[in-house]
Design a protein around this ligand. Structure first.
Ligand SMILES: NC(=O)c1ccc[n+]([C@@H]2O[C@H](COP(=O)([O-])OP(=O)(O)OC[C@H]3O[C@@H](n4cnc5c(N)ncnc54)[C@H](OP(=O)(O)O)[C@@H]3O)[C@@H](O)[C@H]2O)c1
Length: 301
């Protein structure tokens, strides 16, 4: 199985590259400058030239707050560009797996969101990702859209790395305590994507395997609870830790509004693909351990 991954340095792209061997798969990463989602003209040629059995689009404009002041670029990359990648998959006669987000919802529901719940993004990033979902579905019948949330990993920028960095020189941190979601390891997402890819290739006619699915870590937490667990693990492994003071969203104003409830109901993915991501705490542990070990090696160098 040769998988073309759009995105080179992103969390999910790097996780797919790292996990490929364990799944007996080959991953080829394609990104800028060869493939720029903001420049549709070269996308199809770059993908055809690369060649593969499945295309995974793990690239996106992910700067949620910045998107508020540059909605056109977010729309070009997350909306139009995503559609062009899906169109190329159709031209190549291969399935496309596209990643989307919990931020397509406004977070007012009091239960985990299902795939067919009404969408209503609160900000420009969520709106651009929704446009991408629509474009992918329009351009490729043979598609899977995976909405995920609160992604962290040993790679790139994410909440876990930010918390560990801040704890290095602060004793106490105010962290939002009234937004709930499911912390999701990019390495677990990668494992899920390999399983889904295999299913799509093994059953090319099975419509139940195609469409929109939710895929997050199992269980949920507030950002403050997530931070508390990060610091408990970090302390255990001899890393930095801080006291967490839960604060209200209203006390931490950001350019983009975020959903209070980001929880996604992942039962459809389990039923169709037999994929369930592990409990979020069990995946967090090896990530924190690895980050602390890597930081220690860096200091020793
Ligand atoms: N992070 C989260 O918490 C979260 C939550 C829900 C959903 N998601 C979705 O999950 C997917 C993966 O997210 P992630 O956290 O892995 O993202 P990430 O770490 O921010 O990486 C984004 C990737 O997109 C690439 N990219 C950005 N603009 C591009 C362009 N114009 N052309 C080509 N590549 C471009 C970046 O390339 P460079 O390496 O060249 O910069 C980078 O590799 C995205 O679809 C995201 O919307 C993420």
């Amino acid at each position: 199985m040769r998988i073309i991954v759009v995105g080179k340095e992103g969390q999910v792209a790097r996780a797919l590259a790292e996990r490929a061997r364990a799944h007996g798969a080959q991953v080829v990463l394609v990104g800028r400058p060869k493939l720029d989602l903001a420049d549709p003209s070269g996308i199809e040629d770059a993908l055809i030239e690369t060649g593969g059995d499945v295309i995974v689009n793990a690239a996106a404009y992910t700067a949620v707050d910045q998107a508020e002041s540059d909605p056109e670029l977010a729309e070009a990359i997350n909306g139009i560009g995503a559609g062009v990648v899906a169109g190329a998959a159709t031209a190549m006669n291969v399935p496309v797996i596209h990643l989307s987000t919990d931020y397509v919802f406004d977070g007012t529901s009091d239960r985990p969101y299902r795939e067919d719940d009404p969408v209503s993004p609160l900000g420009a990033y969520g709106a651009s990702k929704l446009l991408g979902e629509e474009a992918v579905a329009a351009e490729a019948e043979n598609h899977v859209i995976l909405r995920t949330a609160w992604v962290y990993s040993p790679f790139g920028k994410n909440f876990v790395k930010t918390m560990l960095r801040l704890a290095a020189d602060r004793e106490e941190l105010g962290v939002v305590g009234d937004q709930y979601g499911s912390p999701t390891s990019a390495l677990d997402i990668a494992d899920g994507i390999f399983a889904v890819s295999r299913n799509l290739l093994e059953k090319p006619e099975d419509r139940g395997l195609r469409g929109l699915f939710h895929m997050t870590g199992t269980g949920f937490a507030s950002w403050a609870e997530f931070a508390t667990e990060i610091f408990a693990l970090s302390a255990r492994f001899g890393g930095p830790s801080a006291k967490v003071r839960p604060i209200a969203t209203a006390d931490y104003p950001t350019p983009a509004r975020r959903p209070a409830n980001s929880r996604l109901d992942c039962r459809k993915l389990k039923e169709a693909h037999e994929v369930v991501l592990p409990p979020w705490r069990s995946s967090l542990e090896p990530c924190v351990k690895r980050l602390i070990e890597e930081a220690r090696k860096e200091v020793a160098r």
